[in-house]
Design a protein around this ligand. Structure first.
Ligand SMILES: Nc1ncnc2c1ncn2[C@@H]1O[C@H](COP(=O)(O)OP(=O)(O)O)[C@@H](O)[C@H]1O
Ligand SMILES: [Mg+2]
Length: 326
């Protein structure tokens, strides 16, 4: 038996103080978690900035064994939010990324040969259910709806039957949690940009508690950049956030900026952090007469876009940034 499984077998849940865990001051409200992290607990990111949507996720962790479905645009922090909150509770987290060919055995496990004998190797879903972990199914709307429907019984709190492992029945551990993330709400892709997302079965979606997440507010992104790229002048960081906001509005058709074509890329928080990071790295280029802001912008986002969109980004940069930055 691998060391990590024996570690999971020893896990003992503990009542923690929700206030202490999430905000540092005692609240008297109890939340179940584990006393210490284990090999499956995501690493806490000290630079992580908790989003307003944390509220929903925390209430869900406290009260419900119903599955949770967090949806929102790419790079808005869906997966990291769930992992960071789980890390605060020292939960073991088992992740799977959905795709159209993912099948039930990929989640449950399969038979393998171990020292000449056949042995069943548990998959992420089985491990989370058996030992009291969080199953994080990212990009759940990429699943084939019939595979997704195979999860219905588990989403209802039912046991997992593994016929391949001599009919083993795993009853869900009291701390088992099921969280999913996706770009769409499982209904349809309103933007037409999330290729491969599939409209999910209504009965499947009906089982989830839903939460929508958007990009952080400009105030939160300012805090985030001050942590991630504190070397950049505050007014430059502010302009970068303004720029990201304008690109997002333009992408959604909500911008007043005059440009006669739609754009096919948007500015995720992930891209914003990458942009700031590249501006810092490419600072020395300024001595050669190359402006780090636009140089880094192409590398963080522009090169992913069509030439027309790239020229829009450059034009927008000229409007937003002072002359010396572009
Ligand atoms: N609030 C935040 N604080 C710190 N980093 C963040 C935040 N939101 C997003 N990020 C960073 O952006 C990247 C993308 O986040 P992720 O959670 O993978 O997005 P999503 O799952 O929505 O596509 C990660 O590297 C993450 O660390
Ligand atoms: Mg994700």
């Amino acid at each position: 038996m691998s060391k990590t499984i024996s570690e999971l077998e020893k896990l003992l849940p503990k009542d923690l103080d929700a206030g202490l865990v999430f905000s540092g001051s005692a609240s008297g409200k109890k939340i179940k978690g584990y006393p210490t992290p284990n090999s499956f607990t995501p690493e806490l990111d000290p630079e992580y900035l908790f989003h307003e949507s944390s509220r929903d996720v925390i209430v869900w962790f406290m009260n419900s064994s119903e599955p949770f479905y967090l949806f929102g645009p790419t790079g808005s922090g869906k997966s990291s939010l769930i992992k960071q909150l789980a890390a605060k509770l020292n939960y073991p987290v088992f992740s799977i990324t959905g795709h159209s060919r993912l099948e039930f055995p990929d989640m449950v496990g399969h038979l393998t040969v171990e020292k000449g004998n056949m042995a069943f190797q548990y998959g992420p879903l089985a491990l989370a259910m058996k030992y009291g972990g969080l199953l994080l199914l990212d990009e759940i709307d990429l699943l084939d709806p019939s595979t997704a429907a195979g999860l219905n019984n588990i989403l209802d709190g039912g046991p997992l039957c593994i016929s391949e492992n001599e009919g083993e029945i795993i009853n869900p551990h009291p701390l088992f949690r099921f969280a999913a993330t996706a770009n769409t709400n499982g209904g349809s892709d309103e933007t037409g940009l999330y290729h491969g997302t599939l409209r999910q079965n209504l009965a499947f979606m009906d089982r989830f508690w839903l939460c929508e997440i958007d990009y952080p507010t400009p105030e939160s992104e300012e805090k985030l950049l001050s942590i991630k790229a504190g070397h950049l002048p505050a007014d430059l960081r502010k302009k970068m956030i303004e720029f990201a906001g304008e690109v997002r509005r333009f992408f959604m058709g909500e911008s007043k900026v005059d440009f006669n074509q739609a754009i096919e890329v948007t500015f995720s928080t992930r891209t914003l952090i990458r942009w700031a990071d590249l501006v810092v790295r490419f600072q020395p280029l300024a001595n050669q007469g190359i402006q780090p802001v636009t140089y880094a912008l192409d590398r963080a986002l522009g090169y992913r876009a069509t030439k027309v969109t790239r020229s829009f980004l450059h034009e927008l940069a000229q409007r937003i940034f002072p002359v010396e930055n572009i």
